[in-house]
Write a protein that binds this ligand. Structure first.
Ligand SMILES: [Fe+2]
Length: 294
């Protein structure tokens, strides 16, 4: 929901989701801001944020977190990027309980100036990009219902914190993600927005990286999915292509099946540098448009 790659699925979860945590006047006002962000009177992205009312997590929610954590972390020790694993250590990602965002931020912010900010639900693209441009990650705070533990059509706190946030502790990835947000804010061209969504999908969500001669997962959609992380590394049905930004931006994707095509980075510097070049191109395009309009 609070996620650039999930723009296509804004509906709420079915099942026994703890809706109490994301309802009420504060959440409604924040969602109204998100839905209208960029229109007159809705220019303060911080008004889209809410508090993570920690008492709202039930014992079953905590148990769900522990089950998800345990069954994935052992696999990731050998199969996730060292950058992810190092970041998970830095933010003290733990099986003990659903992470309080304040604890994560106390470790993250001094290092890379990134923070996780709670949001009430789906964020439209502009609001999502505005958060990233400020080094703020809009974070879903609810966790999936225990009976839906294996399949969830949209992000929850396990996807957003366990899947995404460890990489925000890496200075190179941290810079890439902010540049992505800033660049995305410079364009209103639907074709360009589509290309940016593909870039996000094939890197932040489903990226692979080669480390020490072995392909590892780093994209949050793989990190947080026991089924697809294994499939992405071992299936002969997956076309693992070398990362090339323009080729990535030309590759379409489908959201509700295992990805048949994935892109493999050689380093996060490669991603950051490619993004800087792309951002420069978008800025030049925006500048030409401004001059034509003047
Ligand atoms: Fe995501």
């Amino acid at each position: 929901m609070a996620d650039g790659s999930h723009h296509q699925s804004p509906q709420k979860f079915a099942g026994s989701l703890n809706h109490a945590m994301i309802s009420g006047p504060e959440a409604e006002a924040a969602q109204l801001c998100a839905n209208n962000f960029g229109k007159p009177g809705y220019n303060d992205i911080t008004k889209c944020y809410i508090e993570q009312l920690y008492a709202g997590y039930s014992a079953e929610n905590q148990e769900t977190w522990q089950i998800l954590f345990d069954r994935q972390m052992a696999f990731l020790q050998d199969n996730a990027s060292q950058t992810y694993l190092k970041g998970a250590g830095i933010i003290n990602l733990s099986r003990d309980r659903v992470p309080p965002l304040a604890d994560i931020n106390a470790r993250l912010h001094p290092l890379t100036k990134w923070q996780s900010r709670a949001v009430p639900g789906y964020l439209p693209a502009k609001a999502f990009f505005a958060c990233l441009a400020r080094r703020e990650f809009p974070t879903t705070i609810v966790i999936r219902p225990k009976e839906s533990i294996d399949y969830l059509p949209e992000p929850d706190i396990f996807h957003d914190i366990f899947g995404h946030v460890p990489l925000h502790a890496d200075p190179t990835f941290a810079d890439f993600l902010q540049t992505y947000g800033k660049a995305a804010l410079t364009t209103d061209d639907p074709a360009e927005t589509e290309r940016l969504a593909r870039l996000f999908w094939f890197t932040v969500e489903f990226g692979l990286i080669r480390e020490g001669g072995k392909v590892k997962v780093y994209g949050s959609g793989l990190i947080s999915s026991p089924g697809e992380s294994r499939h992405s590394l071992s299936s002969d049905q997956v076309d693992r292509r070398p990362f090339d930004l323009d080729r990535v931006c030309d590759t379409s994707f489908e959201i509700d099946k295992f990805q048949p095509v994935l892109y493999v980075l050689e380093s996060f510097e490669q991603l950051r540098d490619a993004m800087n070049t792309y951002a420069g191109r978008l800025l030049a395009k925006a500048g030409r448009k401004d001059r034509a309009a003047a």
